[in-house]
Each structure stands twice: as structure tokens, then as C-alpha cells.
Design a protein around this ligand. Structure first.
Ligand SMILES: Nc1ncnc2c1ncn2[C@@H]1O[C@H](COP(=O)(O)OP(=O)(O)O)[C@@H](O)[C@H]1O
Ligand SMILES: [Mg+2]
Length: 229
């Protein structure tokens, strides 16, 4: 049996808007095996980002548990979660979220420097070489194209060798050529590094490359755990 790196059980989440309580996620349960590449599909507004924010410990569910390597992260305080987020989890965002006052190399190094890793710079340079951006080390964020920004953001997500990487619409801000390149890169890195990937997207080209797709609809996972792609 594959060991699970992530086990979500009975997750629900609602938001209060004025006097109304709106249920976004309802009784979501699924597991992700170590080294798996799982895509969470769903239309805009279906709750993909909300689910990723729960799975990565950025927000708390109303009910349910989230086990990461067997440890329930819902119970943990912000102080206990911060080091887990920095060392066990990488996150790739739709809008890149790079720091504009830092250059490419400094953006990639940032999470490793938080860890006081003496190899931070060497690791960042190796990653930049791997994604074909060695000669953009000193470029500032505003000098980079969208595709380059996302390659930098992927390097930053990987620099602490996290076993688990989340992506929230990682190709959502890219044209189709750059989007294709980013998908190829994610698939290659997933194979090379055996990183577990959980990507929320409505780009069906990503779903086609994943081990398994889960579809989020009306707050629930359709045919939870059963491949849909
Ligand atoms: N902080 C919030 N407060 C109130 N409603 C929210 C909040 N975040 C998300 N929502 C609502 O929850 C629903 C799901 O949003 P989201 O998780 O961003 O979906 P997706 O990522 O699939 O587009 C949407 O209807 C959105 O408006
Ligand atoms: Mg979203």
C-alpha cells in the first residue's frame, strides 16, 4: 500500500457574508499518496483555493481533520505551523507572489535563508540553472515575463526540498505557450524529485498529465478518490 502524505477527512468550510452563512466545502475526504501528482479540478468559485488554503494550513476548516505525514495540522497553533509550512510545503500561486524589491536569485533563496541554510545561494543557483534561468539571476521581478516569473516561483517553492508542493492555478496568468512550458516543467520536476504535487486548476492540459484528478462541485468532491481523468 502507498503511504499517504496527506489525509483529509470530513472537511467543511463556510463563509459568513452579512447575515448569510455560505457553505463552500462540505464533508470532503480524500488522501494523497507519497509521490503522487493529484489535480483538483472545478469551475471558478467551486472552492479550489479554499481547499488548498486548508490543506496547506493557511486557514482552518470548520470541521474535519488534515493529516500531514500522520500529524493533524488542524490542531496546531500558528507558531507550530510556520516551520511546517516553510520546510514541508511549497506553494505556487497564480499571480506568482514574488517580492518586487528582490532580484530573481534573492527571491528563490528567501525560504532557505529563513531556515538559515548555509547552502541557500548554491541551491538557488542550481535550481535557476535547472529551469533555464541562470543568466537572469540579477534580474528584478518587473524585468521578467510571466513564464519566467512562474519558473522563479517554482524554484522558490522547491528550494527547501519540500515533500509536498501545492499549486493554485499555476498557469492561470500565462498564455498557452508559457502555460505548456510550465506544465512540462512541473511534470519533469515531479518525476526527478519525487515531490508530491497537488494542483488546483481548470486547465485540462494539467489534468491530462496527472496521476489522478478530483472534481470539486457544489462543495463536494465528485466521486471522491476515483480518477476522473
Ligand atoms: N474570505 C472569504 N470570505 C467570503 N467568501 C469567500 C472567501 N474566500 C472565498 N469565498 C467564496 O468562496 C467561494 C469559493 O472560492 P474559491 O475557493 O476562491 O474558489 P475557486 O478557487 O475554485 O475559484 C466563492 O464563492 C468565493 O466568493
Ligand atoms: Mg481559486
Amino acid at each position: 500500500m502507498i503511504e499517504n502524505i496527506l489525509e483529509a477527512s470530513g472537511l467543511s468550510k463556510s463563509y459568513r457574508i452579512g447575515k448569510r452563512q455560505i457553505k463552500i466545502l462540505e464533508d470532503i475526504s480524500f488522501s494523497v499518496g507519497k509521490g503522487e501528482f493529484v489535480v483538483i479540478e472545478g469551475q471558478s468559485g467551486s472552492g479550489k483555493s479554499t481547499l488548498l488554503s486548508l490543506l496547506s494550513g493557511l486557514d482552518k476548516p470548520d470541521t474535519g481533520s488534515i493529516r500531514m505525514n500522520g500529524r493533524d495540522i488542524v490542531e496546531l497553533s500558528e507558531d507550530q505551523l510556520a516551520p511546517i509550512r516553510n520546510t514541508h510545503i511549497g506553494f505556487i500561486f497564480q499571480a506568482f507572489h514574488l517580492v518586487p524589491s528582490l532580484n530573481s536569485l534573492e527571491n528563490v533563496m528567501f525560504p532557505a535563508e529563513l531556515n538559515k541554510d548555509p547552502e541557500a545561494e548554491a541551491k538557488a543557483v542550481r535550481l535557476l540553472e535547472r529551469v533555464g534561468l541562470k543568466d537572469r539571476k540579477t534580474s528584478m521581478v518587473h524585468q521578467l515575463s510571466g513564464g519566467e516569473k512562474q519558473r522563479i516561483a517554482i524554484c522558490r517553492a522547491l528550494i527547501n526540498d519540500p515533500p509536498l508542493v501545492f499549486g493554485d492555478e499555476p498557469t492561470g496568468n500565462l498564455d498557452s505557450a508559457n502555460s505548456g512550458r510550465i506544465i512540462d516543467l512541473l511534470v519533469e520536476l515531479h518525476k526527478e524529485l519525487a515531490t508530491t504535487l497537488v494542483i488546483a486548476t481548470h486547465n485540462q492540459n494539467i489534468g491530462a498529465r496527472a496521476d489522478r484528478c478530483l472534481r470539486l462541485k457544489d462543495g463536494r468532491l465528485d466521486a471522491a478518490g476515483i480518477p476522473t481523468c
